[in-house]
Ligand binder design. Sequence first.
Ligand code: HEM
Length: 414
Amino acid sequence: MAHQYKAADVLDTTIMGPETTMHGLFDYLREHDPVAWVEHPDYRPFWSLSMYDDIKSIGSQNDKFLNAPRTVLLAAEGEDMLEAQFGTRNGLETLIHMDKPKHLKMRRVTRDWFLPRSVAKLDAEVQALCKEYVDRMQDMGGECDFVKEITLLYPLRIIMSILGLPRQSEETMLKLTQEIFGPQDPDLQRTDASNEDAMGTLVELSQYFTEIVADRKKNPTDDLATILANATIDGEPMDELDQMSYFIITATAGHDTTSAVLGAGMKALLDQPEQMALWRERPDLDDGASKELMRWVSPVRHMLRTATEDFELRGKHIRAGDALALWFPAANRDPRAFDNPNTLDITRDPKKHLAFGYGSHMCLGMHLAVMEVARFYRELLPRLKHVELAGEPKWIQANFVGGLKSLPIKYELT
Ligand code: HEM
């Protein structure tokens, strides 16, 4: 008998971790309860949206559906603790936690750094790094954990380089990012996991960036850290919490997500080897294939919006103040939006995918992410004579940023 899902399963990370059960749940919700009211003893209630049109429509109405005060799903106890400590239910005040007019002013500070023309300037450096990491795979002698040893490290190096932060800090940054984004996964938590640990991670990151700010104020250079350290908003230095949060979102938002697409993308190519063969032969498909992997993996599982007025959606009455969870992987496999959504097809036109969200909060780093994934596979695939799974892939147990935490592979590289 088919698995019986229920709307509250979006909070069950053993279901939301692995791709098969996550998509089983979303297929069920899209058909039976696309606008579902979710109640759970540990969480404040919210609406769960799983249809492409609804998610795109709510995402695009940034005046009516706000990012504050609830931005991602956190247990009520955690939200209360963060509010008591930092004055916000998120503990941070980053771009994803803000609304107009502040959001636009803040986004403008770094916007130019992530436009296609700026990203194009990084191309040579990105290609050199791809070669370095594929060479590293070759030096490993034909066997590695593709996630732990390769994909977790390469996108991290790129964002650290844009920020102007040294290689020695990468290990700390990786650990802290995983603790922020994967707090529900027992393998990625601090050893003595509890709510206070999430705060401990934030405090540790803030201390690290406070030193960087002091340094870049004294010794400005041409890196993004210098821009953030010296930024002004309405003629005043940026507020301290905003500044810390800005460092934290730029240093963390981009690499876990891109790693997830590279890692789960390899699993998809192993599962559908004719797509791998096609991509190897067709460099002209690089950009489209990279975007199709974004659609396929959709590592950011959800964002929340809060309604500012009452409205009806598919016969459900949503009230002002209600939170709505936008499940991006569900939108990206909606058969009303994509033909054969459960088939990876690197020749499709995947431009309308929602892996980067939609509206004025649409991912700042999307052009960079697409380039990173395209360039990596362009280096890897022509050199990869053979590749196979060498163990069980393991999924992160999380419903915010998901993906694989381990993908053992065997391969032959030239
Ligand atoms: C595969 C890689 C990536 C995925 C899937 C992804 C996905 C997302 C999503 C879904 C959002 C929220 C959009 C919304 O609420 O409508 C977002 C926002 C954001 N992303 Fe990405 N992202 C990726 C890579 C990156 C990279 C490389 C950076 C580089 C710094 C980055 C920086 C940001 C920032 C700063 C925001 C907040 C934007 C705002 O609220 O104005 N992301 N991303």
